[in-house]
Ligand binder design. Structure first.
Ligand code: HMG
Ligand code: MG
Length: 296
């Protein structure tokens, strides 16, 4: 990857939909993923093989994944919280999974019912199995700039968990501001601290926009050298186990930002906006993408 190219990891079909109370039809989820992949996005997080008791919206993960017409050159990672999830994902031929930990104990317990140490023990056999099967593993660290349960999160805790996931074998670590409380200088300080232990070209940023800081945070992290950005079309998203976690930064707004900053990204903004409008009408609400609203 040259320094002027940014890879967007589209998380709308997973992070964007997981918090929706009304069940969305499997066919609509598949259509969303296929539309997104057709815009030029190279990585579309498709679903989550988590416990359906915890996240009912993701109960159809296997049907969604197996129903997809996959495009050559596009990755379709899925979340797996444990070996059970990994095995369900493998049964339908998944080639990339993401494990997800946290930098704060309270969120780790609320989200995956494990302490941070327990979660790392739980992830190790998943990564081992994935290595054996030739499946790529991405790692998330949540609550990197604040936790809904403990408030401030020491940067050293973020560095420790990110390094542990990297040492385990994750090819990329996505740093998640789960509740969207970060601001640019704090985000960059956190990123630089993690980059002292994990090469920056193996880091991604994942901002929620609760306090309206997400685009600013992404811009600052791009200036600081990160080249992978998570985003969700139409600014959907949130985590059912993080009160106050509103939508992800909107992919349309990130594409506009990247164009303005002169980064290559390979995404067709008009096609992406059309998909965002389709999703907004499906969900029966206005788009959270400023760019999409400006161009209506
Ligand atoms: P637990 O209750 O401790 O698990 O939950 P358990 O092992 O005791 O199993 C309980 C039941 O769930 C059993 O069923 C298992 O079979 C079943 P029962 O015997 O009662 O009928 N089960 C499963 N079923 C299907 N697939 C599985 C699975 N695992 C267990 N994989 C567990 C622990 C981790 C499973 C649960 O807490 C869980 O699924 N959590 C996921 C929560 C979640 O999806 N959160 C949102 C994603 S994270 C996020 O949004 C943040 C991120 O975007 C970054 C950021 O913004 O910061 C990534
Ligand atoms: Mg998220």
């Amino acid at each position: 990857m040259t320094t002027d190219t940014v890879r967007i990891v589209e998380v709308g079909p997973r992070d964007g939909l997981q918090n929706e109370k009304a069940l969305i039809a499997t066919a609509d989820k598949i259509s969303l993923i296929e539309q997104l992949a057709a815009t030029g996005l190279r990585s579309v997080e498709a679903t989550a093989f988590v416990s359906p008791k915890w996240v009912p919206q993701m109960a159809d993960a296997a049907e969604v994944y197996s129903g997809l017409a996959q495009r050559a050159g596009v990755d379709y990672p899925v979340l797996v919280p444990n070996l059970q999830g990994y095995e369900r994902a493998r049964a339908v031929g998944v080639r990339e999974v993401a494990i997800f930990g946290a930098a704060s104990e309270g969120f780790s317990k609320a989200n995956i019912n494990a302490s941070i140490a327990e979660s790392l023990e739980r992830f190790a056999p998943v990564v081992e199995a994935a290595k054996h099967d030739g499946v790529a593993v991405r790692g998330y660290v949540s609550t990197v700039l604040g936790c809904p349960y403990q408030g401030a999160v020491p940067v050293a805790d973020v560095v420790r968990v990110a390094k542990a996931l990297h040492d385990m074998g994750c090819y990329e670590i996505s740093l998640g501001d789960t509740i969207g409380v970060g601001t640019p200088r704090k985000a960059v300080a956190m990123l630089r601290a993690v980059a002292s232990e994990v090469p920056i070209n193996q880091l991604a940023v994942h901002f929620h926009d609760t306090y309206g800081q997400a685009v600013g945070n992404v811009a600052a992290c791009l200036e600081a050298g990160v080249r992978v950005v998570d985003a969700a079309v139409s600014g959907t998203g949130g985590c059912p186990y993080a009160k106050g976690a509103s939508g992800n930064v909107a992919t349309e707004d990130i594409v506009y930002l990247l164009d303005g900053m002169g980064f290559a990204h390979g995404v067709d903004l008009d096609a992406l906006m059309a998909t965002g409008r389709w999703l907004s009408s499906l969900l029966g609400r206005d788009s959270m993408s400023k760019v999409n609203r400006a161009r209506l």
